[in-house]
Design a protein around this ligand. Structure first.
Ligand code: XIL
Length: 379
């Protein structure tokens, strides 16, 4: 199956071609391997931040190859898991700030801004919250959690995903412990409390599929409700867990315009492109599929046609991001390389997936070069 090398030119050759085409535009824009000018963060610096999700071993810089690539390519990061409630607040009166503090120090040391993720989410909650059976406890947890966690990192992180995934596909509010016990106003309240605890931090709402018209309408109504209560919301994060050959470009374009018309930043916060079979869209982490060999077709490598389609999809997406570079403030990939992507384990365990711009050896994929060339032509 591994026919990549037969059709795709070796990396060095691609770099050379890219360098030549760049030098056509401007001699100062030459691309060479392993220089900062050849990185995503440098190339897109004038337009938007370029981020990655970081897992705990990356935060602790345990893997030298990952550590090098992160510093070379990205200028902002989102913790993949370590600031979620189940990790940072495991028991009623116990917090665990170890890794979050390390992340903040790491960001400071390397000039990487941190988007903290996430204060209020129905998933990855500690057991004591999942088992709550009365409104008073939920209310107290909600307020303690926000005050303590957002307060600690005020002025130390750039932003918070204050609320994550509060909406259903039809734009109504998703069932959760927060909706059940606090009512629909919990989203506005979360922003109000975070604003108080972390006045120097930008506040975002984050969700998947909110580029789709029905969910988008619900999201716009939610944002307007926050604004009508005179509570601050600075941005919206469209997660961007999309599928090969099915990029919702029209919906994304409409969404960039609709959300920015609300006077807030628009970000793509968890970008990856699923290349494996899946019978649903979006990123509802509770949805699972049973493992089956037919769902894991590329264990020995990605066929050229799929690799090319992936590159084309990323190119089309970034063309759109660049068209609206005045409105898009950040693009964050959900992971550093293919081997570390959560899509190897969700919604089917143990698959070999290829959703990102860097392969398992940390090498740039054809999609990387397409995206970089696009930006070059825009410079
Ligand atoms: C995912 C992580 O990547 C996994 O490691 C974890 O097991 C489950 O959560 N939407 C979000 C992210 O907002 O926090 C999720 O991250 C992916 C979907």
């Amino acid at each position: 199956m591994n026919v990549m090398n037969k059709t795709f030119l070796p990396i060095s050759a691609i770099l050379l071609i890219t360098a030549v085409s760049y030098s056509d535009c401007s001699s100062s824009k030459k691309i060479t391997s392993n220089t900062s000018a050849s990185s995503l963060k440098e190339t897109f610096k004038k337009y938007f931040l370029i981020g990655t999700a970081l897992n705990s071993s990356q935060i602790e810089e345990k893997d030298p190859k990952a550590a090098e690539l992160i510093l070379q390519q990205f200028n902002t990061a989102t913790p993949e898991n370590i600031m979620k409630a189940e990790i940072i607040h495991p028991e009623w009166d116990r917090y665990n700030f170890d890794l979050a503090d390390k992340l903040v120090a790491y960001g400071k040391k390397h000039g990487i801004s941190i988007n903290a993720h996430t204060l209020i989410w129905h998933s990855q909650l500690p057991r004591f919250v999942r088992e709550m059976k009365d409104a008073d406890s939920v209310k107290q947890y909600f307020s303690n959690h926000i005050k303590t966690v957002a307060g600690r990192y005020n002025g130390k992180v750039l932003s918070w995903d204050v609320v994550n995934e509060a909406l259903n596909e039809d734009g109504t509010m998703r069932k959760s412990v927060f909706l059940d016990y606090l009512g629909e106003n919990f989203v506005t309240e979360a922003f109000r409390l975070t604003q108080q605890a972390a006045p120097q931090t930008e506040l975002y709402y984050n969700d998947y599929n909110i580029e789709q018209p029905g969910k988008r309408a619900g999201c716009i109504a939610l944002i307007k409700k926050i604004q009508a209560a005179a509570v601050r919301i600075d941005g919206v994060g469209i997660q961007g867990h999309w599928h090969l050959g099915k990029m919702p470009l029209k919906e994304i374009e409409e969404s960039i315009l609709a959300y920015s018309a609300l006077g807030i930043k628009v970000m793509f916060t968890e970008l990856d492109i699923e290349v494996l079979p899946r019978d649903f869209s979006g990123a509802d982490v509770s949805q699972r599929m049973k493992s089956d060999p037919s769902l894991n077709p590329y264990i020995n490598g990605l066929p050229d046609s799929v690799q090319q389609q992936l590159a084309n999809d990323y190119e089309a997406l970034f063309r759109l991001f660049l068209k609206y570079k005045d409105k898009v403030s950040r693009v964050t990939f959900w992971g550093v390389n293919d081997g570390q992507s959560w899509l190897n384990g969700w919604p089917v365990p143990g698959r070999t997936n290829y959703p990102l711009l860097f392969d398992r050896e940390f090498k740039p994929k054809p999609a990387y070069y397409k995206v970089m060339a696009l930006a070059g032509n825009n410079l």
